[in-house]
Design a binder for this molecule. Structure first.
Ligand code: NAD
Length: 281
């Protein structure tokens, strides 16, 4: 039985649909996403390249604005404000991490919430919590789309999330609560982690710790979603000890090819939703 949830495949399908929607836009102006990068972090270069390629494929204008590693905070804020004012820009994202002299929160909070394509701003997150938004942090958005694609029941489901970050765990928990799931959110201080995880209908690991999820954490009826993006012995991997666990669960996402492509697809979807709101479509 093939129990792999193919996020790459579904992301391609969503991107094709988005491309068709963008081709149907009657106005001349196309959606535009600005990516801000500071310095030359190798992993960031790769992520940005993937995002720009994805924009290009669906017909969103993706543009990179790259600044020197030593840029001062005031200057970067000024540049973001210019983009906030620019009527041709629909979405703005800041590629993290930023160099130490820049306060991540101050910088990302400078982005106008109406252009918040990553869905990280306090306003967006508040609306997500209140179930009053069509913009969501891209990774949780992608995870829920994957679960719904596979028709995995969320109503009343016992869902365990490992990780309580502002960009994955916390918004995801809120979004799943809004779908009537029963959600447990774990962190490094959680006691008896494997015991809690083992009872879950759906386990979502966003710890960032390779091989954390062993067979002690799973059950045969479980759907296992691996958000982790780690390097172990020079190899890209998730949080799950995949080879030893994959046959002991009902469904599982691979890394790469699971949550990652869905995150990018949802970033594009957010940009399009912001564009539509701006154009009153
Ligand atoms: P983070 O470091 O901000 O948060 C990690 C969370 O996991 C923390 O709340 C921490 O308490 C918890 N945690 C860590 N180790 C744990 C352990 N052993 N037991 C219990 N809890 C533990 O990370 P983040 O930004 O939320 O990202 C999490 C992981 O997901 C990282 O590997 C990141 O690279 C990856 N990620 C992937 C995508 C994607 O698109 N594939 C997107 C975002 C993040």
């Amino acid at each position: 039985m093939n129990n792999i949830i193919d996020g790459k495949l579904y992301a391609q399908e969503l991107n094709t649909n988005l491309k068709i929607s963008i081709e149907q836009i009657k106005t001349k102006r196309k959606p535009k996403l600005m990516i801000i990068q500071v310095g030359d972090n190798l992993a960031s270069n790769k992520y940005i390249k993937n995002k720009l390629n994805a924009c290009n494929k669906v017909g969103i204008i993706g543009e990179l604005l790259k600044f020197e590693e030593n840029i001062i905070e005031e200057k970067l804020i000024e540049e973001i404000r210019k983009l906030n004012e620019n009527k041709n820009v629909d979405g703005i994202i800041v590629q993290l991490p930023l160099p130490n002299q820049l306060n991540e929160k101050i910088i990302t909070d400078t982005i106008d919430p109406s252009k918040d394509a990553d869905g990280f701003s306090p306003i967006t997150l508040g609306n997500v919590m209140l179930n009053n938004s069509n913009i969501f942090p891209a990774t949780p958005f992608g995870i829920i789309k994957l679960l719904e694609w596979k028709k995995i029941n969320l109503i009343g489901a016992n869902i365990v999330i490992i990780g309580r970050s502002n960009i994955v765990g916390k918004p995801l928990a809120n979004m799943l609560i809004n779908k009537s799931a029963t959600v447990t959110v774990c962190n490094t201080k959680t006691k008896k982690l494997s015991e809690i995880c083992k009872t879950a209908d759906i386990l979502i690991s966003a710890a960032g710790s390779a091989k954390l999820i062993t067979e002690d954490f799973v059950n045969r009826d479980m759907t296992l979603i691996d958000v982790g993006a780690n390097f172990l012995d020079g190899k890209y991997c998730g949080d799950v000890d995949f080879d030893n666990v994959k046959d002991k669960v009902k469904f599982i996402t691979p890394v790469p090819g699971g949550v990652g492509p869905m995150t990018i697809s949802c970033l594009l979807q957010n940009t399009f939703n912001l564009y539509n709101k701006k154009e009153n479509l």
